[in-house]
Design a protein around this ligand. Structure first.
Ligand SMILES: NC(=O)C1=CN([C@@H]2O[C@H](COP(=O)(O)OP(=O)(O)OC[C@H]3O[C@@H](n4cnc5c(N)ncnc54)[C@H](O)[C@@H]3O)[C@@H](O)[C@H]2O)C=CC1
Ligand SMILES: O=C1O[C@H](COP(=O)(O)O)[C@@H](O)[C@H](O)[C@H]1O
Length: 259
């Protein structure tokens, strides 16, 4: 990627994971929602993804976009996801095709398919000896308004790809936590995405050639109910972490003591 990459939501958790891993590999243009405490190491602008002028300025001259900005709360109320997630994503796509951007990577979510986790399937599906898998070809099945907004973002990508030819990669991100997987949370361990693997999958999404993709963004956990096959095949994703390596309190305690 020779041209700059626009990163929205750059001040958030996923944005930090991406920048920690890939800061030196690309020329970045960051979109921040509010002024940063410390001066960023990269070009940046401040604004809202629902503001057309901001978004047009942000898109100018970039080759690819990683669109993370939005309300990430599974409990987010409809007015917030309608504005920040759905309208914001539509504005981003519109500006991207206007500016001739080639590639759009969208932060979708496990919550776009959360309702597959039925009472009959859980908690067994969170365990390593269970072979139930979602692979990205299934119909979205959200369990909350936030998940609806992420499914809508994926469908917006389908439309902008089909009508305007922009390459689209929807990454259904699992549960990103720094350092170690969530503790005492089987579901979170099954969909853990480590910070380094988060950077890896976004690097792959920037580098690979594709038309329209839906992939799962998790580490290579022994426990899993999301298939990694499509991310490996279409993007060349090669995750290096596994929540099973953290089984047992000792590892987590060691990590937290800095051992
Ligand atoms: N952290 C996780 O485990 C997961 C995150 N995601 C998605 O990844 C993306 C990033 O999530 P996180 O980094 O965890 O959230 P975060 O809350 O840490 O970061 C989101 C950033 O977007 C900015 N933002 C929100 N609304 C905006 C708007 N209207 N205009 C401009 N900026 C806006 C916020 O100020 C914040 O800096 C979100 O779209 C979220 O839905 C998806 C699945 C899992
Ligand atoms: O999409 C998201 O998913 C993760 C994991 O979901 P959770 O229901 O297990 O918390 C969540 O932590 C994150 O905030 C959200 O954006």
């Amino acid at each position: 990627m020779d041209e700059p990459v626009l990163l929205t939501g750059a001040g958030g958790r996923v944005g930090q994971a991406v920048l920690e891993g890939l800061a030196d590999e690309y020329e970045w243009k960051l979109l921040l929602h509010s002024p940063p405490d410390d001066e960023p190491d990269h070009e940046y602008l401040i604004g809202d993804v629902t503001d057309e002028e901001t978004v047009a300025e942000a898109m100018d001259g970039v080759g690819a976009v990683i669109h993370l900005a939005g309300d990430p709360r599974p409990s987010a109320p409809w007015p917030s996801v309608l504005t920040n997630n759905i309208d914001g994503t539509e504005k981003m796509y519109e500006a991207a095709v206007d500016a001739g951007v080639e590639k759009f990577v969208f932060a979708s979510s496990n919550h776009a398919v959360g309702a597959y986790e039925t009472d009959e399937r859980t908690p067994e599906m969170y365990r390593s000896d269970d072979d139930y898998r979602l692979d990205g070809t299934e119909f979205p099945r959200p369990g909350n308004h936030y998940g609806v907004s992420k499914a809508a973002g994926e469908v917006l990508g389908r439309y902008y790809h089909d009508e305007h030819g922009i390459s689209v990669c929807n990454v259904r991100i699992g549960n990103l936590t720094r350092g170690h997987p969530p503790i005492d949370y089987e579901r979170g361990q099954a969909m853990w995405l480590s910070y380094p693997d988060c950077a890896r999958i976004h690097r792959c999404a920037l580098e690979a050639d594709y038309e329209f993709e839906i992939v799962y963004g998790i580490s290579d956990n022994d426990r899993k109910y999301y298939s990694l096959e499509r991310a490996k095949e279409a993007l060349g994703y090669d995750p290096q972490d596994n929540s099973a390596e953290w089984d047992g309190d000792d590892h987590v305690a060691d990590y937290e003591r800095g051992v």
